[in-house]
Design a protein around this ligand. Structure first.
Ligand SMILES: CC(=O)N[C@H](C=O)[C@@H](O)[C@H](O)[C@H](O)COP(=O)(O)O
Length: 227
């Protein structure tokens, strides 16, 4: 695919809360098709089987990931070379993997090499400017702000707002930045573009009913406490 296809586009991440009633492949495909029908320029999908099903149902590029909870590494997103191979075979146009400098089973360079060898694009999910610049220097095609706030190093990031300063600094360094993580409103998505983002990925605010419901309830509870 031509990466320019994703410029200024909204990517919708269709990842249900694990084990929730929404965590079914038919629902993931339905959410993906609905997002595309509304104009989403790309999709982010977890799991090779789900990627395969979504790729068969839509024409937009699919960013594929595999999430794992490892005993010996904090890296969760596409940790293994085998995960990359599985996503390639499932038809993901873009493979995203953790781009942080943490203890990990496969290096960022080796994952990147496998993605490029198959002629796919690579996205590094980063948490800091240092991660992003390192991934850019290695040749990753897209740099995501995905992990800002989710690593020990970035634990002090506010829990409910996107890190647009990181979007700005990485974009200024010449990276094609995917603003991702904690984008809750349409205004924040537009703001991410104003900060230089190449694309914007939104997950929870569009596809996780449990999270959205909780945001409403917590906000309403504040009103009740105040009265
Ligand atoms: C940190 C991590 O594991 N992020 C995951 C990466 O795929 C997903 O759980 C997020 O939903 C995705 O990044 C989109 O973010 P948000 O749901 O905040 O719009």
């Amino acid at each position: 695919m031509n990466i320019e296809q994703l410029k200024n586009q909204l990517v919708v991440s269709c990842q249900p809360v694990p084990d929730s009633p929404m965590d079914r492949q038919d629902i993931i495909v339905a959410m993906a098709c609905a997002a595309v029908a509304a104009g989403a320029g790309g999709l982010r999908i977890e799991g090779a089987d789900n990627v395969r099903a979504v790729v068969a149902a839509v024409k937009v590029p699919v960013i594929g990931i595999v999430k794992r909870d490892l005993a010996d590494s904090p890296v969760r997103i596409t940790p293994y070379l085998q995960d990359v191979e599985d996503l390639i075979h499932a038809g993901a146009a873009i493979i995203a993997f953790d781009g942080t400098d943490r203890t990990r089973p496969a290096s960022v360079a080796s994952l990147l090499q496998a993605v490029h060898k198959a002629g796919r694009l690579a996205m590094a999910d980063c948490s800091t400017e240092a991660d992003g610049l390192a991934a850019l220097a290695l040749g990753c095609d897209l740099i995501g702000t995905t992990l800002s706030g989710y690593t020990d190093e970035t634990a002090d990031q506010p829990a409910d707002v996107p890190n647009l300063a990181l979007v700005r600094s990485l974009s200024a360094s010449g990276a094609k930045v995917v603003a991702e993580g904690r984008i809750r409103t349409a205004a924040e998505a537009a703001d991410a573009l104003r900060h230089g983002a190449f694309s914007v990925t939104v997950g929870s605010a569009i596809t996780r009913i449990e999270h959205i419901t909780l945001w409403f309830i917590e906000s309403m509870n504040q009103a009740v406490i105040r009265d």
